[in-house]
Ligand binder design. Structure first.
Ligand SMILES: [Cu+2]
Length: 122
């Protein structure tokens, strides 16, 4: 009984630590096709997951111009002035990394593409 309680405590601590993570690319990917750029210098959430063939949209709500540089999709740079949105359709299961070419040290993200049939829409 005591051992079971200790195990539950450890599990709760691990879950709590996971929940405290603030969206680095290592965080558990969020199932969404919408990425926000809130103030300042962030992609939120930084790690998302979508089915193959999904169009992802980034919206810049920061006060500065950013962009989306598609590191694993040819290196194209999608310009993203403040208040505007850009979209890109991802093909091919796996990790598709991107960053902002102006601020690559602060701003990077990943789109984890899954097989289209593997994830049913809710
Ligand atoms: Cu930027």
């Amino acid at each position: 009984m005591r051992r079971a309680l200790a195990g539950a405590t450890v599990l709760a601590a691990v879950l709590l630590l996971g929940g405290c993570s603030t969206g680095g690319a290592d965080a558990s990917p969020v199932a969404t096709s919408q990425v926000n750029l809130p103030p300042s210098y962030r992609f939120e959430p930084a790690a998302i997951t979508v089915p193959d063939g999904t169009t992802v949209t980034w919206t810049n709500n920061d006060r500065f111009t950013h962009n989306v540089r598609l590191l694993d999709d040819g290196g194209d740079v999608l310009n993203l002035p403040t208040g505007e949105s850009v979209s890109f359709t991802f093909h091919g299961p796996g990790e598709h990394r991107y960053d902002c070419s102006f601020h690559p040290n602060d701003m990077s993200g990943v789109v984890v593409v899954t097989e289209a049939s593997a994830r049913a829409q809710p």
